[in-house]
Design a protein around this ligand. Structure first.
Ligand SMILES: CC/C=C\C=C\CC(=O)SCCNC(=O)CCNC(=O)[C@H](O)C(C)(C)COP(=O)(O)OP(=O)(O)OC[C@H]1O[C@@H](n2cnc3c(N)ncnc32)[C@H](O)[C@@H]1OP(=O)(O)O
Length: 283
């Protein structure tokens, strides 16, 4: 199952096929430590909207090229985008700023809007907006040398592209999230593992990517109706009370239970075949 040949080329992202039905998206400004410039914020939306529609893509691994995962927002370009807001008065400048912040938020919400599972593979540093980014991923793996830093307070702002909203739902320990956000203390890989920010730690980047691709490839063998429905319902349940989420999944499955994937899977189970032997058609 080859990736869609019409996949666009990006300035700040590199998209390659890693395994069957698995795409690898790399943050690709290694000489600037993958700092997030205006092109990056725009391209994330374009890239993940494209992958959402690409039926040959069933799982995605997101990593950083070069020395580390990401240094967060591009500080050199931040001033021109946010400090020189257009507008004749404070209200108009505020209006313009709000629009810009909402656009930047969309760059990471795009990861959640894409129904294919996204696995973040973090090596080295993951700073500032990098934490916002990985908080919107479905699964997080990292290397032993990885560290995470909610850096925004150090540059004079409250994080505003997802960390404060998503991270407390990722890590059970609210006290720790608050401590990290107020103090900007670096969270090292072992602590990230013990507090549930990441689910596995690997010796080095090569092992990390192998592990992430292996997991993505395994997910890609499964029914896309089941996997994508699971992602959508996990996120819906995160954001709604249990009774509403139960109602939502009942409505979801009144259509999706009619998939041929269930018949194929149940038949394979009855015949004591491995689920891996079942071939599911594209979604
Ligand atoms: C609406 C607002 C939305 C989002 C807001 C997000 C807030 C944040 O993201 S806060 C976090 C901001 N980031 C930082 O404070 C990190 C700054 N960088 C560093 O501390 C270090 O560069 C490092 C990441 C620890 C890596 O160190 P090292 O490996 O020694 O590399 P350097 O020599 O420092 O850098 C190499 C090269 O990259 C450029 N660079 C690094 N980080 C950034 C950055 N965040 N923005 C722009 N450019 C960056 C650095 O200037 C160097 O460039 P040269 O051209 O080679 O000089």
């Amino acid at each position: 199952m080859a990736a869609d040949a019409a996949a666009p080329a990006y300035e700040t992202l590199r998209v390659t096929q890693a395994r069957e039905a698995v795409l690898h998206v790399e943050l690709n400004r290694p000489q600037k430590r993958n700092a997030m410039n205006p092109a990056f914020w725009r391209e994330m939306v374009e890239c993940f909207a494209h992958l959402a529609q690409d039926s040959a893509c069933r799982a995605i691994v997101l990593s950083g090229a070069g020395k580390l995962f990401t240094a967060g927002i591009d500080l050199a370009e931040m001033a021109s985008v946010f400090m020189m807001a257009e507008g004749d008065d404070a209200a108009r400048r505020a209006w313009h700023l709000r629009k810009k912040i909402r656009q930047y938020q969309e760059s990471f919400t795009a990861l959640e809007k894409c129904p294919k599972p996204v696995i973040a593979a973090v090596h080295g540093a993951c700073i500032g907006a990098g934490v916002d980014l990985i908080s919107a991923c479905d699964i997080r793996y990292c290397t032993e040398d990885a560290w995470f830093q909610i850096k925004e307070v150090d540059i004079g702002l409250a994080a505003d592209v997802g960390t404060l909203q998503r991270l407390p739902r990722v890590m059970g320990n609210r006290s720790l999230v608050n401590e990290l956000a107020f103090s900007t203390r670096k969270l090292m890989a072992p602590e990230a593992l013990s507090h549930g920010l990441v689910s596995r730690v690997f010796q080095d980047k090569e092992a990390l990517l192998d592990g992430a691709f292996e997991l993505a490839a395994e997910i890609a063998t499964k029914s896309p109706v089941a996997v994508q429905g699971t992602k959508i319902n996990l996120l819906q349940a995160r954001d709604h009370p249990v009774p509403d989420a139960l109602d939502y999944v009942a409505t979801w499955n009144m259509a999706m239970l009619q998939t041929e994937d269930i018949l194929k899977s149940v038949q394979a189970a009855m015949e004591k075949k491995s689920p891996k032997d079942v071939v599911f058609s594209k979604l």
